[in-house]
Write a protein that binds this ligand. Structure first.
Ligand SMILES: *[C@@H]1O[C@H](CO)[C@@H](O)[C@H](O)[C@H]1NC(C)=O
Length: 406
């Protein structure tokens, strides 16, 4: 380990590196984009109108509370050891409720090709290192983030685009904007500048972390989420003047706290960190994400996953909310609570919550009920058919269910 003198020198040299300028508005107007919205950025910010706004191409509504979410994934590790990674950009309603999957007709596939075919290769290259899926399925992760969240943005509706825009042009703008906004929010560097660096032993208080981030960002408090007491996600909040395409993101305080406890917060090392060779013992347990989809895996292939009622289908998967730790958590969907009763999984109003656990298998997080990761159905879905999901192995089709962070 470092002697005190060397450690001091290291910390002061870190502090001496140029600081990122603090944030108050992040203006995306000056950049190279495929599109121009033609919107002004001098009007009222989203969620700050006093009367109804009619042109929602230049005013983000109802999802005018925007969260730029970032991951700190260490088990398995994703992305550079000295950077958080992109989760997404989510349009919450001004009261923090939200809608998802607003336009399945624009659930584009082939995001990587779409970006490279439309002059956004630089954005794509950055995404390949900094917008990475914990299971290595970047393309699916990008498709999910776009279809789940991007299609709910009013200022990205196809009718808002200049005539003659190529199909998918608004998704290209979405990815360009998210990357640009993320680049203005160097969470790792901001913590590092306050002497807060990943460690296998240190713990931090929530107030240490938020004070450092508030000061570095120019006065804005983010929300921090933890899994198993370790930092896992940060949400930076904004309102928007103008369009997602090229508007001004106005930083605001998080309207609600994240899930981290007030003390004893770990900031684990990513594998491959220079000092991680000095750590002893296995990495800390993988937590369940706060939101995610559940995919069915049979013979090593993904075959659809769960809908909001808890049934197995190959249609667009539901987003579930998870609450608790990997050893015991509950699940809800847009239909309501999820529970196992009489050996079958259902989600809906009036369903009693039951506890699940999650088991790490390689880089996959498997759902378990009663400690077993086996699930079974009477048939294999395709098209619009769905099958009830049973626990155990008693029916003709056996599979496991993997939880993929949203
Ligand atoms: C702001 O504008 C949106 C979109 O027109 C509208 O739904 C909302 O009610 C407005 N808010 C207020 C306070 O008028």
């Amino acid at each position: 380990m470092f002697s005190a003198g060397i450690l001091l020198a290291l910390v002061s040299s870190v502090v001496a590196t140029p600081l990122h300028s603090a944030l108050s508005t992040v203006d995306l107007l000056g950049r190279d984009t495929l599109l121009s919205s033609g919107c002004s950025t001098t009007g009222s910010a989203s969620c700050h109108n006093s009367s109804s706004v009619s042109n929602l191409c230049c005013f983000e509504a109802p999802g005018g509370l925007l969260l730029q979410t970032q991951f700190w994934d260490t088990n398995p590790s994703t992305g550079p050891v000295d950077s958080w990674t992109i989760h997404g950009l989510w349009p919450d309603n001004c009261d923090t409720t939200f809608t998802e999957n607003c336009d399945p007709s624009r659930a584009y596939t082939g995001i990587g090709s779409l970006l490279s075919a439309n002059g956004a290769s630089d954005t794509l290259a950055f995404m390949q290192t900094h917008w990475v899926d914990i299971n290595g399925q970047n393309e699916q992760f990008w498709e999910h983030e776009w279809s789940t969240h991007g299609t709910c943005m009013s200022t990205l509706k196809p009718t808002c685009l200049p005539s003659g825009s190529v199909r998918g042009a608004e998704a290209v703008a979405f990815f360009q904007t998210v990357v640009k906004l993320f680049q203005s929010l160097p969470t790792f560097t901001w913590l590092q500048n306050a002497g807060i660096i990943p460690s296998s032993t240190a713990t931090f208080t929530l107030s240490q972390l938020t004070t450092a981030l508030k000061s570095a960002s120019g006065g804005f408090t983010p929300a921090l989420d933890c899994t198993s007491g370790a930092l896992n996600q940060i949400s930076w909040y904004f309102n928007l003047k103008g369009s997602i395409i090229d508007g001004s993101f106005v930083a605001i305080n998080a309207p609600k706290a994240g899930s981290c406890p007030s003390t004893g917060i770990k900031y684990p090392l990513k594998s491959g960190s220079p000092s991680s060779t000095t750590t002893a013992g296995p990495p800390s347990g993988t937590g369940v994400p706060s939101r995610g989809t559940i995919h069915a895996i049979r013979s090593g292939s993904t075959v659809g996953g769960l809908l909001s009622a808890g049934t197995w289908s190959t249609q667009t998967l539901a987003t579930f909310t998870f609450s608790g730790s990997s050893s015991s958590f509950t699940m809800t969907s847009s239909k309501g609570n999820c529970g196992v009763s009489g050996g079958s999984l259902t989600c809906g109003s009036g369903v009693t919550l039951t506890s699940f656990s999650a088991v790490t298998s390689g880089s996959t997080l498997l759902l378990a009920s009663g400690g077993s990761t086996s699930f079974t159905s009477d048939g294999s879905p395709s098209g619009t058919t769905v099958f009830p999901v049973f626990t155990g192995t008693g029916h003709s089709q056996d599979y496991t269910l993997s939880i993929v962070s949203a």
